[in-house]
Design a protein around this ligand. Structure first.
Ligand code: MG
Length: 166
């Protein structure tokens, strides 16, 4: 495994915000495992975590994390202007900008990320189910898509690496 890289302030912040919103690296690694286990029988959670870490070390991914979580938090506080406040609060299906923002993450490792992203968004396993629980007062309109996209991108990265060594 590669040496641990030096985290920028931006990366530290993005990681901290994810944790504050109840999402751990391990939660996202579980999603990667869910997506990839049938293709890589010897896959371990450690490998999944490693790939999630690499995805989060990308600047464009940190941008999406910070932007999305900021909008979720402002929505929770009721600080967004109407009509956007109600749209974000209700996580309206036709809004779609949350998915668009998440695509900036999926794009990082090429087009197979799209398939993984679409699939996991439909299935909503693990942490995605928790984030979609509308009974809480929290707003995760952007975060659920961001987490799914990080898992999809980490899966693509893992698949590309595996193809190169097998
Ligand atoms: Mg959403």
């Amino acid at each position: 495994m590669e040496k641990k890289h030096q985290q920028s302030e931006m990366e530290k912040k993005a990681r901290k915000w994810l944790t504050n919103r109840g999402v751990t690296i391990h939660d996202i690694a579980d999603l990667v495992f869910y997506l990839q286990k049938k293709y890589h029988p010897n896959l371990t959670i450690d490998e999944c975590e490693y790939n999630v870490e690499r995805v989060i070390s990308k600047r464009e991914v940190q941008n999406a994390i910070l932007t999305g979580i900021q909008l979720d938090v402002l929505t929770e506080k009721g600080l967004i202007e109407e009509p956007l406040q109600s749209i974000l609060k209700k996580d309206e299906g036709l809004y779609g900008i949350d998915e668009i923002l998440a695509l900036s993450i999926v794009n990082v490792y090429g087009s197979i990320g799209f398939t993984n992203y679409g699939y996991i968004d439909k299935q909503k396993p693990g942490i995605l189910e928790e984030l979609n629980d509308k009974s809480s007062n929290q707003c995760h309109t952007f975060l659920d898509d961001i987490v799914g996209a990080i898992a999809a991108a980490a899966s693509s990265r893992l698949a590309h690496r595996a193809a190169n060594v097998e």
